[in-house]
Design a protein around this ligand. Structure first.
Ligand SMILES: [Zn+2]
Ligand SMILES: [Zn+2]
Length: 101
């Protein structure tokens, strides 16, 4: 699956390693509101989702928290191996209860 980033307009391809589903842009970390539940592509919102923070799950996995500019929905997504390290590093660490979706 290839898509054009809704924020920085880079063409984004598959995760080459260290991840399964590409759900945010590795260049700017923005996402798009396309899921109701993780991976179902059922949302009709299609708003731009801003990376607002990050936290580490109990399993040690680091995830990025996204908030939809259009409807305010919050989602979190696993950091991909080729995400921009500096951008991920600059995200504030948010509280864990956001893990409950
Ligand atoms: Zn982007
Ligand atoms: Zn939305």
């Amino acid at each position: 699956m290839l898509f054009r980033c809704i924020q920085c307009e880079q063409l984004v391809g598959e995760v080459r390693f260290g991840g399964r589903n590409r759900n945010h842009c590795p260049w700017c970390l923005w996402s798009q509101h396309v899921d109701e539940k993780k991976g179902d592509r059922a949302s009709l919102c299609h708003g731009r989702m801003k990376p607002t923070g990050k936290f580490r799950k109990r399993t040690g996995e680091e995830v990025i928290v996204h908030q939809c500019e259009q409807c305010g929905a919050i989602r979190w997504n696993r950091v991909a191996a080729d995400d921009d390290e500096q951008l991920v590093g600059a995200l504030p660490i948010v509280i864990r209860h956001l893990e409950v979706q």
